[in-house]
Design a protein around this ligand. Structure first.
Ligand code: ZN
Length: 275
């Protein structure tokens, strides 16, 4: 991916908030991005939790309801069948691309995300550096034995007419490997996220309102470990008073401007180093 593809900065030049963000990030070499729904809305994925979000109209099931209620499971698979193709068709946007550019230039060490859409990996971030706190919509997992499959493998079975596919190993209940209401977040991902926050020198919060834990805790952990904190979000967050810079703007153009400036000042010649 070339720098020119990534970085449309026409709308951000001279914006004082973005200039402050660039100044803050200028000397940092261990940036961790912490992303939420706001980075994916520019790809057309709705913010499920927002006031107009899908969840306001039809909340996802709780894990208890999913386990005990066959009708819930049937509805879940009907919905999955109708919504997953749209998710598969979405593409990363300028915000995702800017994070890829920062990673390739050695400036970004990890992406911690609340999103389940897989767009960071699709954009080109190293999958081993993407920490998915809420799981992934692109994986199906057995609730009983924990075995996982790529979503495509289960989609084949759905197309062949299975209404509610079961685990082929233990017969257990299957569902998307995403965190439902009433479930705790995956411990391994949480541990890695905490480590990333602890060892970064700038945490870049992008498109999350930081209301639900552990979202609220990670930026504070970064701060307490000596990192700077920047928040890019189009609405206020409870941690704005603790941030070094707050940019009230869309994620895509802001991250594009940031990546352009940091890559230029890192002395790079505009050609991304080999991955
Ligand atoms: Zn199983």
């Amino acid at each position: 991916m070339s720098g020119a593809e990534v970085l449309d900065t026409a709308h951000t030049e001279g914006d004082p908030e973005i200039e402050r963000l660039i100044a803050l990030a200028h000397t940092r070499r261990r940036i961790v991005a912490f992303t939420g729904a706001g980075i994916s809305t520019e790809s057309g994925i709705p913010d499920y939790r927002g006031p107009d979000g899908v969840w306001a109209r039809q909340a996802p099931p709780t894990i208890g309801d999913f386990r005990s209620n066959p009708a819930t499971r049937r509805d879940y698979w009907v919905r999955r069948r109708s919504t997953y193709p749209a998710l598969l068709a979405t593409r990363p946007n300028a915000g995702h691309a800017a994070l890829v550019a920062l990673e390739r230039y050695g400036l970004l060490t990890a992406v911690v995300t609340q999103n389940i859409d897989g767009l960071h990996q699709q954009a080109g971030n190293d999958p081993t550096h993407v920490i998915e706190l809420h799981g992934s919509a692109h994986e199906i997992r057995c609730l009983d034995c924990g075995r996982g499959w790529p979503a495509a493998a289960i989609d084949v079975r759905l197309r062949k007419g299975e209404d509610e596919p079961a685990c082929t190993v233990c017969g257990g209940l299957l569902r998307t490997a995403t965190v439902l209401f009433g479930e705790s977040l995956p411990a391994g991902a949480l541990r890695r996220a905490a480590m990333a926050a602890h060892t970064c020198d700038l945490m870049l919060v992008v498109g999350t309102s930081l209301i639900v834990n552990p979202a609220a805790r990670l930026p504070l952990l970064a701060k307490e470990s000596g990192a700077a904190l920047a928040i890019i979000n189009d609405t206020p967050t409870p941690l704005d008073p603790r941030a070094d810079v707050v940019v009230r703007a869309r994620a895509g153009p802001t991250l594009a401007a940031l990546a352009t400036a940091l890559i230029a000042s890192s002395g790079a010649d505009g050609t991304a180093p080999s991955p």
